[in-house]
Design a protein around this ligand. Structure first.
Ligand code: UDP
Ligand code: MG
Length: 332
């Protein structure tokens, strides 16, 4: 086998109730990374699992040593926050995210790293062409969602929801994840570097072997709301208040013209305007305008606070076993 010198890599895996998957997952990752030819670590984030996920991780660390880093969150914060905790701790030049339930295939990782570099991308998204999930409750809604997201955002990918992705750490670390937005990371990355820096590649996908999916169709609503906010963020990133402000100004202008017209009718023509529906309309429009402009100002202030606060965390850590993070990786 040829000796390759690949960049240092952190594999981030959020885990909630994955006690049975942990051991085979660590085994498969180690097998897949044996020939990697660069420094690598896996950061497993136990997202407050009530089962034996942490114990299984500790056993894995005993076996594999400092390749395995464990972050235990205080409670269940959700996949997105768990992923962010892992990303914060990641030390590699590249970051891979994947699921902890063996649905993604670690054997795809080395090839994806090469492809990211060959194509000079900041994000390489996995595409589950043979997705092994329920057709009606999972595959269909995500097909529709993927189409919509691509149309709305102009970031043309087939499978946003696939967790298996490779990123340049420098770019991913500029994005703060919250809500359910791990699905939309490509959109946010596009906001940082531009859509041309994002690509996709087919990956393997397996049916869930142990435990059960934490998501049902009920999640869709939350996802849609997050999509809308991601879209607004992308479009009005720097000045979200301008969106409301400009509707407000337009409404105000229409209302103002109506009122001016009515005042003309009253004072120039001397007609009574008290009974006219248009007067009511004009007053309502002016009030709406006032509210919209105020909303715009508040949005503007909030967005400023958002940018300042985005250094903050949306999770809390109970315990962290990440030795390799304190020692400098040795180059091979
Ligand atoms: N997950 C998590 N916290 C949660 C729910 C899920 O860390 O609150 C993890 C889970 O352990 C898995 C990944 O996120 O590694 C994806 O979850 P799941 O397999 O349930 O989603 P699906 O593959 O069905 O979309
Ligand atoms: Mg899964």
């Amino acid at each position: 086998m040829s000796v390759v010198n690949r960049p240092s890599l952190s594999i981030v895996v959020p885990m909630y109730r994955e006690e049975d998957s942990v051991t085979p997952l660590l085994e498969r990752v180690h097998e897949a990374m044996e020939s990697y030819g660069g420094d690598w670590e896996i950061i497993c984030v136990d997202d407050g699992s009530p089962d034996k996920t942490t114990a299984a991780l500790k056993a894995g660390r005993q076996r594999y040593g400092q390749h395995v880093n464990i972050i235990e969150l205080q409670r269940n914060f959700g996949q997105t926050a768990a992923m962010q905790a892992g990303i914060d701790a990641a030390q590699g030049e590249l970051i891979v995210t994947m699921d902890g339930d063996l649905q993604n295939d670690p054997n795809d990782i080395p090839r994806m790293v090469d492809e990211l570099q060959d194509r000079d991308l900041d994000l390489l998204q996995g595409w589950r062409q043979n997705r092994q999930d329920a057709a009606i409750s999972r595959k269909l809604p995500s097909k529709i969602a993927n189409r919509l997201i691509a149309k709305i955002t102009g970031v043309e990918l087939h499978d946003y929801g696939c967790s298996l992705k490779v990123y340049r750490a420098q770019v991913l670390k500029q994005v703060r994840l919250f809500g359910e937005m791990h699905r939309f990371i490509p959109i946010w990355v596009a906001g940082v570097t531009g859509p041309h820096r994002i690509g996709e590649t087919p990956v393997h996908h397996h049916a869930r072997q142990f435990g059960e999916s934490k998501y049902g169709i009920s999640r869709t609503v939350r996802v849609v709301i997050d999509l809308i906010s991601a879209f607004f963020f992308l479009k009005y990133r720097a000045r979200p208040g301008h969106f409301f402000g400009s509707i407000g100004l337009f409404t105000g202008a229409v209302g103002g013209m109506m009122l001016a017209w009515l005042l003309g009718v009253k004072f120039l023509l001397g007609e009574d305007i008290g009974q006219r529906p248009m007067l009511m309309m004009a007053i309502l429009l002016l009030l709406a305008a006032l509210q919209l402009i105020t909303t715009g100002v508040i949005a503007e202030m909030l967005s400023r606070i958002f940018f300042q606060a985005s250094e903050g965390r949306n999770f809390s850590i109970r315990h962290q076993t990440t030795d390799s993070l304190n020692t400098h990786w040795k180059r091979h």
